[in-house]
Design a protein around this ligand. Structure first.
Ligand SMILES: Cc1cc2nc3c(=O)[nH]c(=O)nc-3n(C[C@H](O)[C@H](O)[C@H](O)COP(=O)(O)O)c2cc1C
Length: 354
């Protein structure tokens, strides 16, 4: 009998060969936003390892939307062309290439690639930081400038432009990053959005810009291909964004034709107390799936095949999204299949090992 983890999953015209997705993970290894051999090998290895979907790390839709000077970006042809060998390789290994489109907002302009804990000054090649409101993440981050209405509209166009380039580069899924305290989440959360215009105040107003972007992406991306949205389902803080807000947001995203909610948490303030532990965010994928009636991905300290299988069997999520375990073990799906008693195709070159 096939396990749930290795049961295919159809979304629009795509069929995921199993329920295992590699989470987006910044590598801080790009120059001028351009992917290189590191990205090819890092992402390619995980495709060889048997995951159904490989999501490329947060990729900025404009230069000031990068978290650090080592981030990927996708707003010009040079960047677009450099993604092509990566999407081709992933597809050659029966996996689906996905890309997370992002804007870092007030958490941008970090220096020291791979140790990005320091603000990069303008003199050192840093850049102006923008946000819904002029409120910094904390004292070690830059003071953001409040975005104007014209800039908000231009940003919607930037996301569309990147989506068109993503399609040309060969991607089959886009994931909109509206989590972890970056720009879209900064609009959603009352802890970072102090605006008094139509983009601040009520939840309808705070959702306005993220929903404009989601709508624009859904209209730009081909109807036969899926769009995912990653959210922070809670700020884990009094007065912050809540799971109830996330259900409302997910219902609106569903109305726009978004296919799946990738349910992460946190990131908008540095002082939240997060009860980290195995599967600590699964409850949010489950609640959104049930209450907003949309497919969800569970993410966060899911490391064991049986743990993943239970989540799916209990109908708490539709797919399992994993990050750090894939850094430890790129071939995790091969081990998972073995442990769950399933057959998995391994590359012909590696058959003698199995
Ligand atoms: C090295 C690293 C880079 C990450 N970069 C991103 C990113 O680009 N976008 C994102 O949404 N989350 C990012 N995350 C968060 C992961 O996608 C994931 O949600 C988190 O690590 C929890 O899952 P895990 O317990 O399986 O690692 C990153 C995590 C790690 C460890």
């Amino acid at each position: 009998m096939t396990s749930q983890l290795f049961t295919p999953f159809k979304i629009r015209d795509l069929t995921l060969k199993n329920r295992i997705i590699v989470a987006p993970m910044c590598q801080y290894s790009a120059v001028n936003g351009i992917p290189n051999n590191w990205h090819l090998v890092h992402l390619g290895s995980r495709a060889v390892g048997g995951a159904a979907v490989i999501i490329v790390e947060a990729t900025a839709v404009e230069t000031i939307g990068r978290i650090s000077d080592g981030d990927l970006a996708l707003y010009n042809k040079v960047q677009m062309n450099a993604f092509k060998p990566i999407t081709e390789f992933i597809k050659e290994h029966d996996a689906i290439p996905a890309i997370q489109l992002a804007h870092a907002g007030r958490k941008a302009s970090r220096g020291e690639t791979l140790k990005h804990e320091r603000l990069l000054s303008i003199d050192e090649g840093g850049w102006e930081v923008v946000a819904p409101s002029a409120v910094p993440f904390n004292e070690r981050y830059g003071m953001p400038r409040e975005l104007s209405h014209q800039e908000i509209n231009e940003l919607v166009e930037s996301f569309k432009h990147s989506a068109r380039l993503a399609l040309e580069a060969g991607f089959e899924i886009i994931e909109l990053h509206s989590a972890h305290g970056y720009l879209l989440h900064e609009f959603l959360s009352p802890l970072s959005n102090m605006r008094t215009d139509e983009y601040g105040g009520s939840i309808e107003n705070r959702m306005r810009f993220p929903l404009m972007v989601a709508k624009a992406l859904r209209e730009t991306w081909p109807q036969n291909l899926p769009v995912f949205v990653r959210i922070s389902a809670t700020d884990w803080s009094d007065g912050g964004w809540t799971i109830e807000d996330s259900v409302i947001y997910s219902r609106e995203l569903k109305k726009l034709g978004i296919d799946l909610i990738d349910a992460s948490t946190g990131g908008v303030i540095g002082t939240a107390k997060i009860p980290v532990g195995p599967g600590y965010q699964v409850q949010f994928a489950e609640r959104i799936k049930k209450e907003a009636d949309i497919a969800t991905g569970a993410v966060g300290m899911i490391t064991e095949p049986k743990q993943a299988e239970e989540i799916l069997k209990e109908n708490k999520a539709d797919v399992i999204i994993m990050a750090r375990e894939f850094l430890r073990e790129p071939y995790w799906p091969i081990r998972a299949a073995h442990e769950l008693g399933d057959e998995i195709k391994v590359p012909a070159q590696y058959k003698r090992a199995y």
